[in-house]
Design a binder for this molecule. Structure first.
Ligand code: ATP
Length: 343
């Protein structure tokens, strides 16, 4: 691992499909062995960046370097990267083993060796006994693992993953997140992971780039992005956040600028109970949503803003029957994040 020779280096990467820039001057270094996520809403340019790295698209301007070599003008097959797509793109008429061995075959690896390596790759994703099946005889999660085995069998330096868990139900998705992380550690490959699911990005990544309108709005570790969002967009997009606009900050916090407070940093209490934080605002308890181990409480503040509060059930101070009642939301000043400082 070397800082001046990152696994991926993007400089001034721009892609226009006509109207406006889908990707707009992206500079990025991804370190070798990193689990790196590109997170952003639909249409923010994540997939296009991935396709530019893979070579499926040509940039309008800017460069893509892999392991210190400028590959901007190289064809996809001539780049040391591999892609796992959301729909897996498995060949339906081939067996699972042949699907996994395919990349080795086109690279001219002999039958015996490629079957050996394909079997080993299937073992890694815990599908050792499934080589003879056709993709149609597998579950969604199993197909997804075959796609991973197929992409990793050729031992690429970089693996690009475009919403690879998007087609799975929640339970399987959570299970596959863990497996994906383990697989990445085991193989030591650089992962570039595209998702619009902030929780998935926070759970899996070493670092995250938050995309908005073709640009990187914030780059950092999950904790940096969650605890110190640098813009209202990041604060609102990553996790749930109560964002106080300039005007509301003046009214509720007594100072200008844009501030945010995470739901789990706030409590809802009765007006007559002692104040538990050094900041508070009154309002009406609009909703109480039971989430299992915690509860989400929605309060419409008198100041004209709706806040979301999330409390552990054993720490709750108001009951469900208080829906519609006047309450106080309290929090501490140190949990108030300055998103944009007062000018
Ligand atoms: P999603 O999560 O929905 O896949 P994304 O963040 O990956 O979104 P992109 O797919 O990169 O976003 O798209 C960025 C912008 O570029 C969008 O406005 C999209 O409509 C546009 N775009 C992408 N591919 C093409 C194309 N081949 N032709 C024209 N416009 C395109």
């Amino acid at each position: 691992m070397s800082a001046d020779r990152p696994a991926i280096r993007l400089r001034g990467l721009t892609k226009s499909f006509g109207a406006g820039n889908a990707v707009d001057g992206v500079d990025l270094d991804v370190v070798e062995g990193e689990f790196f996520s590109m997170l952003g809403p639909s249409g923010s340019g994540k997939t296009t960046v991935l396709r530019l790295i893979a070579g499926f698209e040509q940039p309008t301007s800017g460069t893509v370097s892999l392991q210190g070599k400028d590959v901007t003008d190289r064809a996809p097959f001539d780049r040391d990267v591999n892609t796992v797509f959301q729909d897996y793109a498995l060949f339906p008429h081939m067996t699972v083993l042949d699907n996994v061995a395919y990349g080795l075959r086109v690279r001219g690896v002999g039958r015996r060796e490629r079957h050996e390596r394909a079997r080993a790759a299937l073992d890694t994703v815990r599908l050792g006994g499934f080589g003879d099946r056709k993709p149609g005889q597998l579950s969604g999660g199993q197909r997804q693992r075959v796609a991973l085995a197929r992409a990793t069998v050729v031992q690429p330096k970089v693996l690009l993953l475009d919403e690879p868990l998007g087609a799975l139900d929640l339970k399987l998705r959570e299970q596959m997140q863990v497996e994906l992380k383990e697989l990445q550690r085991e193989l030591g490959i650089t992962f570039i992971f595209v998702t619009h699911d902030q929780e998935e990005a926070l759970t899996l990544s070493d670092r995250i780039a938050v995309f908005n309108e073709g640009r990187i709005e914030q780059l950092g570790t999950p904790a940096e992005i969650y605890d110190h969002p640098v813009s209202p967009f990041v604060a609102a997009f990553v996790g749930t956040s109560n964002v106080f606009s300039d005007e509301l900050s003046l009214r509720v916090l007594g100072r200008g600028g844009i501030h945010s407070v995470r739901p789990e940093k706030m409590t809802v209490e009765r007006l007559e109970s002692p104040l538990s934080g050094d900041r508070s605002a009154t309002g009406v308890l609009a909703e109480v949503i039971y989430l299992g181990s915690s509860t989400r409480l929605i309060v419409d503040l008198d100041a004209g803003m709706r806040v979301v509060v999330q409390e552990q059930n054993d720490a709750r101070r108001v009951g469900d029957e208080e829906r519609g009642a006047r309450v106080r939301v309290a929090w501490s000043d140190r949990d108030t994040v300055v998103v944009v400082a007062d000018r």
